[in-house]
Design a protein. Sequence first.
Length: 301
Amino acid sequence: MSKKSQIKDTVKRHIPQRHISSVRIMYRIAMETVYGIKRTGLLNIAIIAAIAAILTIFGALFRTSFSLSSYVDNLGDTFEISVYLKQKTDPVHMASRIKELEHVKKVTIKTKEEAWEEMNNNMDVTGMENPLPDTLHVTVDDPKNILSVCDTVKKLQGIESMNYAQEYARKLQNLNTVYNTVTVFVLIATALLTIIIINCTIQLVIQSRKDEIEIMRLMGVSNWYIKIPLILQGAFYGFTGAMISLLPLNTVQSGLEKLNNFFNVPSSDFALQVVVFCIFVIAIFFSAGGSLLSIKKHLQV
């Protein structure tokens, strides 16, 4: 007996028999998966390309929704409500009252003297009496809360008038809502299309291996031994499609970062990582799930 055979026998004796059987089963399942992919032939390219295209659309919309949400959230720091006070109203006292209101993040006081001095620096208004009121600049925590804050501030005594970009805030908030809704619908469409594609593919694989599968069933082979390679084949399509979809997603990420820098809006923390994680989870889950549904439908095991 050769030295190589002796080493092999020694290793076998030290490994429990059940572990050897498990390794052999896993190896055979892996080989069955590879065999199934090979038998699908050039159709693999079309399947992976279709899944990659679907995931690219979803990933681009999902990543863009993060940037849009970040932009809307940061409006709270730049979107101020200008509150003009009546004469003889104490701006410090009014600022402290408004600061206590819900959703108010910050209140900045601009006295009429400061406003008048600023106006004098920009234009010649010497010889005129100061007509400007004391002004409070109120920053809210979220743009969607501007209306509620305004309604509350209006009820306070000593408020002359208020001013803010109401229409712009409403349109931007509506745009964000619509965009998030579209992203959800695209996610649903991604799931359905992925399941349909995988369903058709697994059906073809089952039809091409119908006699072979029937023989295995007659020999008493476990149903899961037949199912798992087909499920892994579907997961392989999803994983590969997700990998390919990362290429155009990087281009989208680069473009959004430039846009954020242009508008001086910070990029969403971990946005790309979240999108990539979701893409892989969705791709593998729906692809493997589509395979399982197809097996139950066409194989009856």
